[in-house]
Design a protein around this ligand. Structure first.
Ligand code: SAM
Length: 196
């Protein structure tokens, strides 16, 4: 089995959450079609999605941030095992504590759902002129559409936060968002062009 499928299997076996196949292929197509070169990812886990992004093209650079030390260490190992150390930089810490001067063509928000609005506000000035936010898990296993699928208090709280983020995106006057029922629910948010 090749390296990347071993990483995916490891994630599935150890219950590390990673992006779903069809959500991922949507994002990979976006990277190819829009000539995305510089990516910021919030939520590395063990590096699966960032490795897939970097494998699109040797010109792609990925900055990715992970809060959990064990996952961070596993991600660094996986990146090196795939010989992608030149393309991917893994940062350890809370994404809210990072500041970048760079302008990203794509910011993939795949970290803690309760903080999606904070990440959006924090990093919106780090987008390149045609840059986009891509957010994952907006369906949260169908629970966002149907809250009766869970009776767990903390899950209900989380789902309500995701609903709040969706509302925030819908009401946003600065960014226009398209929602896709792909994977676990993906959105693409692009800065609105100022009309003269
Ligand atoms: N993007 C990964 C992939 O598809 O391979 C999956 C990321 S997983 C859904 C979300 C990750 O965000 C978890 O590993 C979690 O530890 C991390 N995380 C949680 N809070 C964070 C924070 N404040 N800053 C950075 N990462 C965080």
């Amino acid at each position: 089995m090749d390296e990347i499928n071993q990483i995916k299997n490891f994630a599935n076996q150890t219950l590390v959450p990673i992006v779903k196949d069809d959500g991922l292929s949507f994002i990979l197509d976006y990277i190819k079609e829009n000539n995305v070169k510089l990516i910021l990812e919030i939520g590395t886990a063990i590096g699966y999605s960032s490795i897939k992004f970097a494998q699109v093209n040797p010109d792609v650079r990925v900055y990715t941030i992970e809060f959990d030390i064990d996952r961070y260490q596993q991600a660094v190992k996986n990146v090196n095992d795939c010989n992608l150390g030149e393309q991917i930089t893994v940062f350890l810490g809370d994404a809210m504590a990072f500041d970048f001067d760079d302008k990203f063509d794509m910011i993939f928000i795949d970290g803690p759902k309760a903080q999606y609005i904070n990440f959006f506000e924090k990093f919106k000035n780090n987008l390149s002129p045609n840059g986009v936010f891509i957010s994952d898990n907006l369906s949260f296993h169908g629970m966002v559409e149907d809250l009766s699928l869970t009776h767990n208090y903390s899950t209900i709280k989380l789902v309500k936060k995701i609903r709040k983020y969706i509302e925030f995106l819908k009401q946003n006057t600065e960014f226009e968002t398209t929602f896709y029922s792909i994977g676990d629910g993906v959105s693409v948010s692009k800065k609105r062009k100022l009309s003269i």
